[in-house]
Structure formats: C-alpha cells, structure tokens
Design a protein around this ligand. Sequence first.
Ligand code: ATP
Length: 355
Amino acid sequence: MASVTITGVTKSFGNVKVLQEFNQKFEDGEFITLLGPSGCGKTTMLRLIAGFEKPSSGEIYIGDKLVSSEKQFLPPEKRGIGMVFQSYAVWPHMNVFDNIAYPLKIQKISKNEIKERVNQVLKIVHLEQYKDRFPSELSGGQQQRVALGRALVAQPEILLLDEPLSNLDAKLREEMRYEIKEITKKLKITVIYVTHDQIEAMTMSDRIVLINKGEVQQVAPPQEIYSNPKNMFVANFVGKVDFIKGKVKGNKILLDNSNGQTLPNTSSFKGNVVVAIRPENAILSDDGEIIGKVYSKFYLGDCNDLRVEIGNGNILRIIARASTYNTLNEGDEVKIKILEYFVFEDDGKDQIKIM
Ligand code: ATP
C-alpha cells in the first residue's frame, strides 16, 4: 500500500490554468474519488499522479518518495501504479488469460509464476471460467473486469481509475461499482477514481474530492459532503436541492417572493442569504411552517415528489416529499415542515442559477 501526497500542485496548459493550487494527502488503502463536472480538471489531476503530465508547480509523493517536482520526475512505469481507463482497451487478439498475463510477460517473469498470479487474479475478478475466451466473446462488464485484472496482476500499490464504468449499461455499472469497491478493499489498494457521476462517488468513496473549474471545493467523506456542504456548488452537485433567496431580519430569514414567510436563521450571516433545502427534508405536515400550493406532482414509486409554489403566484418552488399521491391535487394548499436546511451567504458570486 502507499499514500499519495500532493503539495502546492498547479497545472497550466499555455496560459490557461486548469488546476489551482492543490494540497492533499490520500492515505494508504483509501478509496478517493475525484468528482466534478466535465472539464473541471479531474483527469489532469489523475495524469499528474500517474506521471503522464508534469505539474507546473508543486510536488507529488508516493509514500515517502518524491515522484514529481520542478527538478525531479519519475516516469509512469516506475511509480508502482495500475491504471484502468474509460475505453478499457483489452487486446482483441489475445484471450482473457493472455490479456491479464501481458504486464508480467513484458517483465520477463517465469511462466510458472505468471500462471499462478494470473489464476489468482482471474479468481478475484470472477473470470476463471472465461480465461480462454477472446474479448469479442465477452460482455462489456466482463471486458472491463479483464482490464481491471490486467491492472491488478502487477500488484500495484495504487490504482488509478478514469471513468472506468461509463461505457457500461446502468445495471452493469451498478454491479461493477460494488465489485471494484470490494476487490480493491480486499487487496488494500489505494484507489484514486475519477467520475462525474455523483452516485458512483457517493457509494464507492471513503472520501470525495469535489472539483469545480480546477478548484477544489470540498474534500470529505460522502456523508459529510451531502449533509454538510461547504458551498452552494457542493450542495447542488451532490444530491437534489432547491435554493431560495432571502434576507436576514433579526433571528429570522425572510424568504424572497413568499408573501413574507420566514425560517429561523441558523447561520451567523447577515444581509442576503440563500437557503438550500433537500427534498427529503421538506415534508408535508399539519404543523409545517411554510405554506404553499401544489404546482405539480411526480410519482416515484417509493415516494412522491410535489413541486410546491410558495407565495402568491410567485414562481418560487421547492420539492417536498409526500406519502400520499392520489389525495392531493394541483392547486391544493399544503403545509410544509422543513426539517433541515443549509444557509449560505449570497455574495452574488456563486456559480449556480437560482430561480
Ligand atoms: P471530463 O470529465 O470531460 O473528462 P475532466 O474534469 O477530466 O473532464 P480534464 O480532462 O482534466 O477535465 O481537462 C481540464 C481542462 O484542461 C479542460 O478545459 C481541457 O480542455 C484542458 N486540457 C486538458 N488537457 C489539455 C492539454 N493537453 N492541452 C490543453 N488543454 C488541456
């Protein structure tokens, strides 16, 4: 196992800075996910750790070893890293056994040891009975497991995975999520996983590094990211949320366009704020403090979501969870209890759009 330490790392391509200064230590055996929208710099960060790119400034250590700095640079093949990419790129002319054996063959390892290690890996990735098949005779998920097996056979201390599931259908993707997590935990490998899929990040990670426009927004375990988001971008990117603008008046927040409705101010902010409410924290209840009208309703099987209009003819809407579907109609007045909400300062700079 190995840790990865990143100190003061930035990356620019020409004049364009794609990664702002980044400082973080990923611990031995941790499953870290780099999460963020397309183009935010996730792959660049992964390529810096792998050694496919040099940082513009700063240092990267694997364990105690300095692998990237302005003066020092260890090439990718000497970093003890395994990699799996979105296009899993298994060799079409080699069967499963030979595909997985490939990294050992080029290291000139003895035939007996290769056989032993490949058989071990075949067991881990559940491909024992497919070892003689060619990639064209395998499903997408099985091919992805071959790619994972090929990365694992060299016994890397660190595994870098770049959107490895994005070519798979939804069901396989879900299955592979659990498999990758279970396999890498069993082998105690440090994993750095890149995705823009928040569900993948939430279900697999020990910690998530949420990035926007090359800047780290928050580094925390999934539960903390979800229940204690540092800013509006984080609240919005992970999970569902509705935002309402408001103004602090004494110990209350007066919600804009709501006919004077208020919520207690749970923050230390004064002036303009934004209240963020997750749907599961807005529930219909007779003692609800917010009054609104049902604007539209959605049947989701395990629950129902109501779009509720707060205020008179204003377009301020939030989603509230309801156990009843048929008994409520559009236009009905409802009371909503807000169990929990986040309050952010509205400095006018935040990147997200609020109705
Ligand atoms: P995606 O999820 O779409 O793969 P990402 O978060 O992985 O996106 P990166 O691939 O790291 O994003 O790219 C970050 C930014 O850096 C993008 O604006 C991209 O165009 C730019 N970029 C990446 N590689 C280069 C390069 N070699 N030369 C110039 N610009 C680059």
